[in-house]
Design a protein. Structure first.
Length: 162
């Protein structure tokens, strides 16, 4: 504990977390060795949602679902999905559970793009943490995954109207 301020190292670390997240910037971490366009970053977010839905075979994914998961308005999600369809990464199909609904599915090209992006993410992580002891790299990865999973489990917070 700092005798003059009464602040412990733990409190200092916790106070520094928010500013660290602000400085983190997703693109900085992912562009460690080779640049990725904003469009591809957006596409991979949409493709990951479609992939996750496919992994849970009991769930179709709609443009509305994508909008909700990305916390964007439906028109923005529609443009994102249309872009991924134009690029050949997604396709629109009738829902197998309710033929009146249109859902999106990952194409083979979308699966390949997502696999390439994941490899890039891993390479970026390994590059950024290359000087860390192996145990710290693995522990940070474990805790980061735990944090992101906890964040995803939080209920959606309605937008404030200013």
């Amino acid at each position: 504990m700092d005798a003059t301020s009464g602040t412990t190292r733990a409190e200092e670390l916790m106070d520094a977390v928010g500013p660290a997240f602000s400085r983190l910037g997703r693109s900085v971490a992912l562009n460690a060795q080779k640049p990725i366009s904003r469009r591809d970053l957006t596409r991979t977010r949409v493709l990951q949602i479609a992939y996750d839905a496919a992994e849970r075979a009991d769930h179709d994914i709609t443009v509305g679902d994508i909008a909700e998961r990305l916390a964007v308005d439906p028109s923005a999600a529609s443009r994102m999905v249309s872009d991924a369809i134009s690029a050949g990464y997604l396709r629109r199909v009738a829902s197998q559970r309710d033929g009146r609904r249109t859902v999106v599915q990952l194409t083979d090209a979308g699966s390949a793009m997502l696999a390439d992006f994941r490899q890039h993410q891993r390479a970026a992580y390994e590059h950024i943490t290359r000087d860390w002891p192996e145990q710290e790299r693995l522990e940070f990865a474990r805790l980061l995954i735990k944090y992101v999973d906890a964040l995803a489990a939080l209920p959606a917070v309605p937008e404030r109207e200013d």
